[in-house]
Design a protein around this ligand. Sequence first.
Ligand SMILES: Nc1ncnc2c1ncn2[C@@H]1O[C@H](COP(=O)(O)OP(=O)(O)OP(=O)(O)O)[C@@H](O)[C@H]1O
Length: 209
Amino acid sequence: MNLSNRESPPDFGLKIISLTGARGYNLLFSGLTVDVAPGNFVALVGPNGSGKTTLLRMLAGLITPEAGEIERPPEVREQGPFYLGHESGLRPNETPLSHLKDWADLHHATSAGISAAIERVGLTERAMVPAHALSAGQKRRLCLARTLVAPRQLWLLDEPAAALDLHGQMLLCALIREHVAQGGICVAALHDPLDIEPDLTINLKDYQP
Ligand SMILES: Nc1ncnc2c1ncn2[C@@H]1O[C@H](COP(=O)(O)OP(=O)(O)OP(=O)(O)O)[C@@H](O)[C@H]1O
């Protein structure tokens, strides 16, 4: 799938219906009902421990809700979301080039755009450097390049600006803007606002049980 080749925007977004989230015996949020339209950028906010990561992982299908439902668009059900957590998931000895080749293979994507993706995130000079020798911000940029190699309709980003310098933050915002302009959905857990006006803000403080 390439969102940029889409003939018309998708007409089905993400529906969150009466969702309750818990970790262990700890109830985090309940009664969360939100309708996210295609092309929406959603800011997910709330204090430390309020359940932002938990909700993102639920939306990714990695954690089962205590109650409620999540309805995903057909493309997301078929291909899964793009999930960016706190950890890069990079193996110490893989380079940006080898990592993105593996990422393309794993996600049944073409490797034709890998060099362009590396250039877009500003890692051309570091393309052959093993991950253990990349800085935190460079690793984050490499994680963002995954979105260019294997496009996905739903992006779930956990503190995506962490470790990014000003240019990196501008790059992140540009990627999100382009994604939602093509009908994609982006839900991002944020402590500091990005330079993008959210279409919707979910504040988990409002859903504390
Ligand atoms: N694997 C786990 N097992 C048990 N409890 C967990 C687990 N992971 C998280 N928790 C608890 O769930 C609660 C919510 O955590 P979560 O990481 O979702 O919050 P958050 O809003 O993302 O926090 P932060 O802003 O600090 O990143 C916390 O109290 C945390 O201790």
